[in-house]
Design a protein. Structure first.
Length: 100
């Protein structure tokens, strides 16, 4: 009887500790997910801004801007590698991107 009570108390304690730990890790995952999503949106906005600048008559054909555009597209592709992380919590983000 005493052994059963000790086992029950130990089991409950471990379960409470695991629930606390899982909640803490999920909150960190949500933060990382939001940050990656925001970073991707920011990089896409920067890339489109550079593209618009490159099309202006003053800067049309400038090699430096052309290199920046290629680099910004590569950065976006690198960020997209983490897409599975931020789509866990940001299902609406894809809908927002399609509307832009």
């Amino acid at each position: 009887m005493i052994l059963l009570s000790v086992g029950l108390i130990l089991s409950i304690s471990i379960n409470v500790l695991l629930v606390w730990y899982i909640r803490k890790m999920l909150s960190k995952l949500l933060y990382v997910s939001d940050s990656i999503g925001n970073l991707l949106v920011s990089a896409k906005n920067f890339s489109s801004h550079l593209g618009g600048l490159h099309e202006m008559e003053t800067y049309y054909g400038d090699e430096t801007l052309s290199g920046l555009i290629k680099h910004s597209k590569q950065v976006i592709e690198d960020i997209k590698e983490f897409e599975d992380i931020y789509t866990l919590t940001n299902d609406g983000l894809e809908e927002d991107e399609e509307q832009e």
